[in-house]
Design a protein around this ligand. Structure first.
Ligand code: NAP
Length: 316
């Protein structure tokens, strides 16, 4: 029989199958809530695209892909109902609770919602960057590094993602040049010092990419100095972009208050301003985007959803 979750009324619908959403599902199911997890792509979210994770307790070093697989196994162990569809909109249900509207038109009724949709990578804005996407401009080192084995590549950005993925690229590719728009780094100091210690990594600071060069494939970039405005060309086989993320909250616009950044405001109990609606993980309005924090937020949201269903209180 076809799985038709829109024919049922759920205690909680969790949107997003990254670390926050999976943890929320585990807690909700163990808390005996009738739980549905909606994920449009694959379990693990951004973590599945990360080369190596070494700050998740109990796993001194694990590949992002393996961790994502383990999250998936964990969902299966608890027989979590998972729907692989895109959520288009959220709405109040005239009969009480909420409606989760899918891009395919169905409406799922639920008492509570846990939004754990994470974020997506910011795109490089430079002449011809879009044209070369998938052909030398990449947002996923772990997916594409092998195409540039032994060749010189560029990483754009100065955050943790840029540093960590540059370290990985340095183990596969030839020389890695990190192009960053200023001299200071947003990345944690340990990530910067590790990257600096690699013999085949160098930094091009106070530069942005003005243009990606090449016809069929990338052959180089035109760099622009952010201090002087001077431009120069640099040869490269690929450009790996790590310039931050934007939260995935388009479907919640008009339904609830969003920060200017698009993130969702929550209190310490992961409650949004709408009774019964919670948010957890990288989608929430806070400065630290860490998997360890996301799983804690996912657990909190699920426990609080159970409490809300029991007593209906929403004092903030
Ligand atoms: P991020 O920390 O926001 O860093 C983005 C970097 O890109 C910044 O250095 C920023 O420069 C630069 N940038 C932004 N827009 C740019 C543009 N238009 N052109 C050129 N450069 C631009 O993003 P992230 O590295 O993706 O990390 C996201 C979050 O995940 C962070 O909270 C990070 O700590 C976390 N994370 C943690 C780990 C870990 O703990 N192992 C690993 C990866 C990510 P400015 O600094 O000048 O603004």
């Amino acid at each position: 029989m076809e799985f038709a979750p829109w024919e049922e009324n759920w205690d909680t619908v969790i949107i997003g199958g990254g670390p926050a959403g999976v943890t929320a599902a585990i807690y909700a199911i163990r808390g005996e809530l009738k739980t549905l997890l909606v994920e449009k792509a694959y379990t693990g979210g951004q973590i599945a695209l990360t080369n190596e994770v070494e700050n998740y307790p109990g796993f001194p070093s694990i590949s992002g892909m393996e961790l994502a697989q383990r999250l998936d196994e964990h969902l299966k162990k608890f027989e979590t109902p998972v729907l692989n569809k895109t959520v288009e909109r959220l709405a109040d249900n005239p009969d009480g609770g909420y409606l989760v509207k899918l891009a395919t038109g169905e409406k799922i009724a639920t008492k509570t919602i846990i939004i754990a949709t994470g974020s997506r990578p910011n795109l490089l804005v430079a002449k011809n960057a879009e044209k070369h996407y998938g052909k030398g401009v990449s947002y996923c080192a772990v997916c594409d590094a092998a195409f540039f084995k032994g060749q010189d590549v560029i990483v754009v950005g100065g955050g943790d993602a840029a540093m960590e993925e540059a370290q990985y690229l340095a183990s596969v590719c030839g020389h890695v040049t990190i192009v960053h728009r200023r001299e200071g780094f947003r990345a944690q100091p340990i990530a910067v010092s590790r990257t600096k210690s690699l013999p085949n990594v160098s930094f091009k600071l106070n530069y942005v990419i003005a243009e990606v060069l090449g016809d069929e494939k990338v052959t180089g970039v035109r760099l622009k100095n952010t201090q002087t405005g001077e431009e120069e060309e640099m040869a490269t086989a690929a450009v790996f972009v790590y310039i931050g993320h934007t939260p995935n909250t388009q479907f919640a616009e008009g339904f609830q208050q969003l920060a200017e950044t698009g993130e969702i405001f929550v209190d310490a109990r992961m409650r949004t301003e709408k009774p019964g609606v919670f948010a957890a993980g990288d989608v929430t309005y806070r400065s630290l985007k860490q998997m360890t924090i996301s799983v804690g937020e996912g657990a909190t949201a699920a426990i609080e959803a159970g409490r809300y269903i029991l007593n209906g209180e929403w004092p903030r």
